[in-house]
Ligand binder design. Structure first.
Ligand code: SUG
Length: 439
């Protein structure tokens, strides 16, 4: 039996745009109102997937949800109206509402769910809890369709359990795998699951940027996944890192097997964390004097994917901004020369996603699967060159070159995106995936 990590990347949806919806995410705030290119964004995502596939890694995809989100339209009391009237009604109250129901934010699959592999759970199945994403309005509209998509792909009840998202209340605010890491001697072995939170459910409100993850949410997920308490850590994010723009922990830390690659300022008490880690852990901590926190956040050095190659050595798949920021460009040269498992850096271009605060680690959900579990996946979601070619052609035929937030409130654009998604569900062998196909 071989157990391997599979990276499920979110396919960038046809509504990718810059609406400035994420307070505390500096890239999203800066890009607000500028034109986006959904086609280029999707192509950049697919090119990264191809690169990882060619490196011998297992690569899969998660399809984007339908937009506008049908559950949100129903909850907002406009679902009974023709599409143009529904969008106009929302725009009449607030244009941000249209941007929220149309957002392409589900592309950041690290926020889709928290995943525990079968070697960690008490019933020997893979457990997934879709994130409720209640801290931002637009992202809170993802969890219903994410849950149903995950149930199509991970539908085999003998191997998987896809839980309900936690209740939609600030006390259970949950952002999924972006605040969850796993250390293990090797992917196949039981791991130590590290849940990172920004606040406790009853902490008094603060003046800084939102703390998007609560301790209570992490505790409930660890419990329902059946994780042994001695294999679980709950660690507080540094408030100053959040206020500097690290809205998720994966902006300042990434783990892979035995390695934790982390910025000095990531955790409220980094020394306490170190004292709790197993002795086989290799912590590569980067001091602020070498890479200032602002550079870590603007370059997304720690939002790189850290992957194990067939040789057993590790590679950092970093965004091109890392090579363009002097401190991080110098640092990665030293990193590969030093005595640690990271031998290589591969630079990828995800600029379209980066301008909304999403780097290589944001666009993928890591799922460690045995052979049997991989066989049990639904749909044609594990990709090879043939599937990637088909996806590229599909993007080229259906996606716009340029999209402004002001284009979002047009029912003809919604029709255009539905034609694209209809075809995608065929391509991925997930017929009837979308609510509009079932109504
Ligand atoms: O939640 N941006 C996303 C970026 C998520 C990145 N994910 C991880 N770090 N894992 C967010 O802030 C911007 C949308 C807009 O402004 O139009 C946005 O939702």
């Amino acid at each position: 039996m071989t157990t391997r990590e599979v990276n499920f990347d979110g396919i960038v949806g046809p509504t990718h745009n810059y609406a400035g919806l994420s307070i505390g995410n500096r890239a999203s705030m800066t890009s607000a109102g500028t034109p986006a290119s959904p086609r280029l964004a999707a192509r950049q995502g697919l090119a990264k997937m191809r690169r990882l596939h060619h490196l011998g890694l297992l690569q899969a995809v998660l399809p984007p949800p339908e937009r506008p989100d049908p559950t949100a339209l129903a909850r907002l009391g406009v679902a009974h109206l023709p599409m143009q009237a529904a969008l106009d009604a929302l725009a009449g109250v607030s244009p941000a509402l249209v941007a929220s129901v149309m957002s392409g934010s589900a592309m950041w699959a690290a926020n889709a769910a928290t995943v525990s592999p079968s070697s960690d759970t008490d019933d020997g199945r893979v457990h997934l809890t879709p994130a409720n994403l209640v801290s931002t309005t637009h992202r809170s509209f993802e969890s219903v369709q994410t849950t149903s998509t995950l149930r199509r792909v991970f539908g085999d009840a003998g191997c998987f359990e896809v839980h309900e998202p936690l209740p939609c209340s600030g006390a259970f605010a949950d952002e999924g795998a972006a605040n969850h890491s796993r250390l293990t001697r090797s992917h196949a072995e039981p791991g130590l699951e590290i849940f990172v939170f920004g606040r406790d459910a009853d902490d008094p409100p603060t003046l800084g940027f939102p703390r998007r993850q609560t301790l209570l949410a992490a505790q409930m997920i660890a419990r329902s996944h059946g994780l042994a308490s001695e294999r679980t850590l709950m660690i507080r994010q540094s408030p100053s890192a959040i206020d500097a723009g690290a809205f998720h922990n994966d902006v300042v830390a990434v783990a892979n097997e035995t390695v934790l690659f982390v910025h000095e300022a990531a955790f409220a008490d980094g020394a306490a964390l170190r004292s709790l880690l197993p002795d086989w852990t290799q912590v590569i901590e980067v001091p602020s004097s070498v890479v200032p926190l602002e550079d870590a956040i603007s370059s997304y050095l720690f939002n790189s994917q850290l992957v194990t190659l067939a040789t057993g050595r590790m590679m950092l798949v970093a965004p091109r901004e890392v090579g363009e920021t002097p401190s991080t460009a110098t640092y990665i040269e030293q990193l590969v020369a030093l005595d640690n498992p990271i031998d290589e850096v591969c630079i990828v271009d995800l600029r379209q996603s980066m301008r909304n605060g999403g780097g290589p680690a944001c666009v993928r959900l890591r799922v460690v699967l045995t052979d049997e579990e991989r066989q049990a996946l639904g749909g044609r979601v594990v990709v090879d060159d043939q599937v990637l070619d088909a996806l590229e052609h599909w993007v080229d035929r259906h996606y716009r070159d340029e999209l402004h937030p002001t284009d979002l409130g047009d029912a003809r654009f919604v029709e255009e995106t539905r034609r694209a998604l209809d075809e995608l569900s065929e391509l991925l062998e997930l017929p009837g995936l979308y609510p509009f196909q079932r109504s």
